[in-house]
Design a protein around this ligand. Structure first.
Ligand SMILES: [Fe+2]
Length: 373
């Protein structure tokens, strides 16, 4: 036995150097929490004693004689590494290892299996179950120390790397949130630029975006689709940028020619937005939000479900806002009147399903808050 448990003072490396420095008063004792805790699980008391003698000078060693005792200890004691005997009565090492690796709390603790020289199959099974290394019995102090130190160092590096990845991921997430906010701000600025052209449609684009999103929520669309429809709503009228101000702001009746010019804004919007390939529906919403369910809309006279769904939603929200905001020739229409108009035009101007949802939203808006202020 004495041959096997050699005196390790020389091979302890860090500890030996620290002890030498401490002797001449150069270095403080390392903080207790900086010392690694090792759990040794072995039903053989002699093996536990040997392992403890090898490791105790460098590490805080905890010894238990069964898997159950090990779990009891782990409830109250964090450990950095487990040395695990494979052949144990009741719960053998494989079972213990399996449980540890299936448990989120313990799965990252590195496990080194303790095996007899002849147990090659067991060693293979240890690796398959997630052990990081194995040490053959009888223990050779040098090898045990080297392996334990190496695995602890690897585990430390892994944790540092993981922390670094988490830090970088957090930075990236923060950056991505900033970009999202910037995107919304840019789009809102664009939307207000469009609305500013027309002195009677102040805030129109943002309201259409909000109403469209409310419809999308009620229709059970995904979170991403709800976000997208908001953007689509914000930019649906961007084509108005290409319409002369004097036509847009004309308070008297438009001539047929002027009306034809107004009717070019969906196509102009489509041309501007079709390069925004990230959300192609933005261009789609701009092009087809003036189509009608009965096919009598513009610019392409699409009918029914040939009109893209997002455009059918924008169409309803757009008309609702037109009625619930001021015009040069009239004030905000009464809520009951708007409800009646949407119900009347269900299936002719509007997609019936979308219109039904809009009516539901109106009915829930008891104080008529959804209007221009
Ligand atoms: Fe429009």
């Amino acid at each position: 036995m004495a041959d096997i448990i050699r005196d390790k003072n020389q091979s302890l490396g860090i500890l030996g150097r620290w002890e030498a420095k401490r002797a001449v008063g150069l270095e403080e004792e390392p903080a207790k929490d900086a010392v690694n805790h090792i759990l040794v699980v072995d039903d053989d008391a002699m093996n536990l004693l040997i392992a403890k003698r090898i490791l105790a000078k460098q590490f805080e060693v905890h010894t238990v004689t069964s898997g159950q005792e090990a779990f009891d200890l782990l409830k109250n004691q964090l450990v950095d590494l487990i040395l695990l005997d494979i052949r144990m009565p009741q719960m053998d090492g494989f079972t213990f290892l399996q449980i540890i690796k299936d448990d989120l709390t313990y799965r990252d603790i590195p496990v080194i299996c303790l095996t007899a020289d002849s147990e090659q199959e067991s060693e293979l099974k240890c690796f398959e179950l997630g052990a990081v290394d194995f040490i053959s019995k009888p223990f050779i102090a040098e090898i045990m120390l080297q392996r334990v130190t190496r695995i602890l160092e690897l585990s430390r590096l892994q944790k540092e790397l993981q922390k670094e990845v988490e830090k970088k991921t957090m930075t990236l997430n923060r950056r991505s949130q900033q970009l999202n906010r910037l995107t919304i701000q840019v789009m809102k600025t664009l939307a207000s630029t469009i609305d500013a052209k027309d002195k009677y449609t102040n805030g129109h684009s943002v309201r259409v975006a909000e109403y469209s999103k409310m419809i999308a929520v009620k229709m059970g669309m995904t979170h991403q689709e709800q976000e997208d429809i908001y953007y689509i709503g914000l930019l649906h009228d961007i084509g108005k940028i290409g319409i002369p101000d004097e036509i847009i702001n004309k308070t008297s009746r438009l001539t047929d020619e002027e009306y034809d010019i107004i009717k070019t804004h969906p196509a102009i919007g489509f041309e501007i937005l079709e390069k925004m390939s990230e959300i192609p529906e933005i261009a789609i919403g701009a092009r087809w939000h003036h189509e009608r369910y009965d096919g009598k809309g513009y610019p392409d006279g699409l009918k029914g479900e040939d009109i893209p769904f997002v455009a059918r939603i924008i169409g309803v929200a757009d008309s609702y806002d037109a009625m619930s905001s001021k015009r040069s020739y009239r004030g905000i229409l009464p809520q009951e009147h708007i409800r009646g108009e949407i119900a009347r035009c269900m299936g002719s101007q509007f997609d019936p399903e979308v219109a039904k949802v809009m009516i539901q939203i109106i009915d829930e808006d008891k104080d008529y808050k959804l209007k221009e202020w």
